[in-house]
Design a protein. Sequence first.
Length: 113
Amino acid sequence: MQSNFTQTTALGRTAPVYTFNNSGPRTVQIAIPLHRDIMDDVNTGISNSKLGENEDYVDNLINALRAVALPRYNTQNKNIEPPLVALRLGTEIFIKGVITSAIGCSYRKPILD
């Protein structure tokens, strides 16, 4: 993250005055490895997610994340709402912002065969 200041030389001052311009944009990139066996064991009977046919909890989460990246059209206001997201990691980290790039997904072999 970089901060930008603008230098201004004021009349009658020997030192310049600095004004804060901006510090953005701030970006966060997150990679979350998901394991199908673990997700099924942890969420079975607890999760309120509606699973589709031939879908498991990992597919459900991936589809939800992909849907977040698209803007929504508000029919009442005739506005396009940006893809806002809020992410909480534990009790200490809370990130809120707009998704401005792609959400990718890559698959690997299972942990155990």
